[in-house]
Ligand binder design. Structure first.
Ligand code: BTN
Length: 274
């Protein structure tokens, strides 16, 4: 039995004072279908900005492109947070990159060296997947909007469960060289980073986060393929544009792609990865 089961009081106590004020509601579930799906339902019935939801396991954890997110009990971090913005949903696309950058930075601050981001927000270490983010938004075309940011981080993934993951993976225990990870403290660090980012993004947009994202860019300068629904486009990754689009140098000149429409693969990398 793991000794650090998630505990709402311990998470609250570990939050910065500003973040503690911003958390309107904190729920820790033993089992849930998906923390994201749950918060999207709650958002529709008026849950407040700053609702934070964690679960020990998810029975229908979801990743990007409708893929399952393997979510065994008591081992990892499954965290979602609801934030409300006056802005329309279309403006919030850029937060996809922000979430990746600030979570990577939060993990680096607790000692995780060598992290990288695969556009828009896959968290990698040694080219293996450590975590991912799923953003879902609801709202009126002119605003306001409700954004749910869901974060999954492999903390101590047993190999039995890891077998079900269809791409190379790693957990935080390995990244930290076997150091024990307190999931309550980790949840607090991630929530701190997210809340700070929500507030800053609301005032300043994506611009203040671009350099942070750049510093984690796993693909810059590499040959890569962009997968569209019906074809692939090859080129060299130039980095990200000021609106968060991926810049690719192709035989026909520079092209830009937006998250949600496409996925990115390093040239020669396996089919399982997205
Ligand atoms: C991805 O890389 O494909 C995104 C994975 C996102 C997983 C998290 S776990 C918490 C939240 N609840 C979900 O069902 N998904 C996200």
């Amino acid at each position: 039995m793991p000794t650090d089961l998630l505990d709402a009081q311990r998470i609250l106590a570990a939050l910065s004072s500003g973040a503690r004020r911003a958390v309107a509601r904190l729920e820790v579930h033993t089992e849930i279908d998906s923390t994201n799906r749950y918060l999207m339902r709650e958002a529709a019935t008026g849950a407040p900005c700053g609702t934070l939801c964690l679960a020990e396991c998810q029975t229908a954890g979801r990743g990007r492109f409708g893929r399952p997110w393997i979510s065994p009990y008591g081992a990892n971090l499954y965290l979602s947070m609801l934030w409300r913005f006056k802005a329309p949903p279309a403006v919030l696309g850029g937060f996809s990159l922000v979430a990746g950058a600030v979570v990577a930075d939060a993990l680096r601050r607790i000692g995780a060296e060598g992290l990288a981001l695969k556009w828009p927000n896959d968290l990698l270490w040694d080219r293996r997947k450590l975590g991912g983010m799923l953003l879902e938004v609801a709202g009126e075309a002119q605003g306001p909007s409700a954004l749910v940011v869901g974060i999954g981080i492999n903390v101590r993934m047993a190999h039995d469960h890891g077998h079900a993951i269809d791409q190379p993976w790693v957990d935080l225990a390995e990244v930290l060289g076997g150091l024990r990870v307190d999931r309550n403290a980790l949840a607090a660090r991630v929530a701190d980073a997210l809340i700070d980012a929500f507030e800053r993004f609301d005032c300043e947009g994506l611009t203040p986060f671009l350099a942070l994202w750049d510093g984690f860019d796993a693909f810059r300068g590499e040959q890569a393929r962009i997968l569209l629904a019906d074809r692939e486009i090859r080129g060299r990754v130039l980095g990200i544009a000021s609106d968060g689009a991926l810049r690719l140098e192709t035989a026909d000149g520079e092209r830009r792609f937006h998250a949600g429409e496409v996925s990115l693969r390093r040239e020669g990398e396996g089919v399982g990865e997205r």
